[in-house]
Design a binder for this molecule. Structure first.
Ligand SMILES: Cc1cc2nc3c(=O)[nH]c(=O)nc-3n(C[C@H](O)[C@H](O)[C@H](O)COP(=O)(O)OP(=O)(O)OC[C@H]3O[C@@H](n4cnc5c(N)ncnc54)[C@H](O)[C@@H]3O)c2cc1C
Length: 448
């Protein structure tokens, strides 16, 4: 969608073909038949540093639908709370006062975290061939810092185990969330179900001579060298186009490869795709007969459930709707529905005693098995550029070479990159990539 809207803006007639009956892919909402409610496939969080995603939202006129918050509440079993967030100190010190006051961490944990953050600031966490887990052992992190910060906040943001995560990606998340500036680390949550963020896309494209075709599965494409056009085959017909952008996850790209013209270079792409793997994220959606917490969201410490989002408050929805999210959730994803629900309800009551008294009215469990691609050490060589082995065909999708982990920002960035690369090929280049957020405070000098 970010590629389509940027290219439509540049005057191209864009046809967007989507296999589902709604837009948004892995970041979307739909009517859940079991509960009769519109639910997100999972809560999605953005941060201020997502400049391309925010630029895309601005382009289509929905950026005001994001609610921004700078505070992260961590809750220990039993209910004791710590709040992380910025102070008036300049970056990178802005988060320090609240971290020092956080009862969730012992003094030894805080010193260990400060040591690791300092190492990142000093550029000692850049080796893309080292795993986060290995580096943390070298940084002598305490069990508390490992369990309550590195595993829960950082590994869960990257949806992997500590030893599966490339150090460069972890350092990038730390800089964005905690060091560069309070603005870069602010968390954004949609105030509408996710697909509501894209409802203007069909009209945006139509007003610029384009169209969206939904429920259309792309099966293959053929290049006509004489006409210099592509014919894209869908299950019900075909579309002839001068240029094609394939904005698919790596698995769907892999499925399409045998149905594209055979090219030697395509083999390299196939080998790159083989190096990718996906990881699951699960969400449990619960409706109660009464409120169970006044918090909008929270991080749950020492629990198999990681995040709580109060959707009644965030999306101003009737009823008492709580969503629980489990990242890096291979074990949770293997549970049967009743087991997963029992575990989620038990954990919720450990953190929010009001949940014990509340009556559960309905519930939904969503397992996204292919939620995100993992970013192990060395993955960068398996992330292709926007230029493909075929003429007039460009690659997009969160997994291409954007420098970002599997996020909506990477997806939006990849779309802008593909649009730029495509227009360059037409001889009428235009810039769509949004500049990164400038570090603030002392970080302006420290990042140089
Ligand atoms: C459970 C979960 C939680 C997440 N949480 C966060 C978060 O908090 N923050 C964050 O930034 N990111 C999060 N992500 C990651 C984020 O959703 C993805 O990185 C992003 O949506 C990827 O976008 P994309 O356009 O690259 O791919 P997709 O969203 O997968 O889009 C690809 C589209 O192509 C369509 N398609 C595939 N094959 C075909 C075909 N042959 N023909 C036609 N159409 C086809 C699909 O239906 C889909 O709509 C989460 C993802 C999941 C699943």
């Amino acid at each position: 969608m970010s590629a389509a809207c940027a290219l439509a803006d540049a005057g191209l007639g864009v046809q967007l073909i989507e296999q589902r009956g709604y837009l948004g892919g892995r970041a979307s909402s739909y009517l859940h038949p079991g509960v009769g409610e519109i639910v997100d496939n999972c809560q999605h969080v953005l941060i201020g540093a997502y400049t391309n995603l925010i630029g895309f939202y601005r382009r289509i006129g929905v950026s005001e639908r994001i609610h921004w918050t700078t505070e992260m509440t961590m809750i220990e079993p039993g209910g004791r709370r710590s709040v992380l967030g910025p102070s008036l100190l300049p970056a990178p010190l802005h988060g320090l006062p609240k971290l020092l006051c956080a009862s969730a961490f012992s003094l030894a944990d805080k010193l260990a975290l400060a040591r690791a953050f300092a190492a990142i600031l000093l550029g000692k966490a850049t080796d893309p061939s080292e795993s986060l887990g290995h580096w943390l052992r070298r940084q002598r992190q305490t069990q508390g810092a490992l369990d309550r910060f590195w595993r829960l906040v950082i590994a869960s943001a990257l949806n992997g185990e500590l030893d599966e995560i490339g150090l460069n990606y972890a350092a990038m998340v730390i800089r964005g969330l905690f060091l560069d500036s309070a603005e870069a680390g602010a968390m954004g949550l949609s105030t509408v179900p996710l697909s509501g963020l894209y409802e203007k896309v069909p009209a945006y494209l139509a007003a610029r001579g384009g169209a969206v075709a939904m429920n259309e599965y792309v099966e293959g494409a053929a290049w006509d060298e004489d006409a210099r056009t592509w014919t894209v085959y869908t299950r019900t017909g075909e579309v002839v186009a001068e240029f094609v952008v394939l904005a698919l996850p790596f698995e769907a790209t892999q499925k399409l490869l045998p149905h594209l013209p055979t090219e030697k270079a395509g083999e390299r792409l196939a080998r790159q795709i083989e190096k990718h793997a996906h990881r699951p994220i699960c969400s449990v959606h619960l409706w109660f007969d009464r409120p169970v917490t006044e918090l909008e969201h929270a991080v749950l410490l020492d629990s198999p459930i990681h995040w709580m989002y109060n959707q009644s408050l965030l999306q101003k929805r009737p009823g008492n709707y709580i969503e629980l999210v489990v990242s890096a959730s291979r074990n949770f994803a293997a549970l049967k529905r009743e087991e997963a629900l029992g575990l989620a309800l038990g954990e919720l009551a450990r953190f929010f005693p009001a949940a014990k008294e509340a009556k559960l009215e309905k519930s939904a469990l969503i397992k996204e098995v292919r939620a995100t691609f993992s970013v192990p050490p060395g993955i960068d060589s398996a992330r292709p550029a926007a230029v493909s082995p075929w003429p007039h065909l460009f690659l997009a999708g969160d997994w291409i070479q954007t420098g970002w982990p599997s996020t909506m920002e990477s997806a939006a960035r990849s779309g802008h990159l593909a649009a730029e690369t495509l227009l360059f090929a037409t001889g009428e280049p235009r810039r769509f990539l949004e500049p990164d957020m400038e570090p603030r405070g002392l970080m302006r000098w420290l990042r140089r």
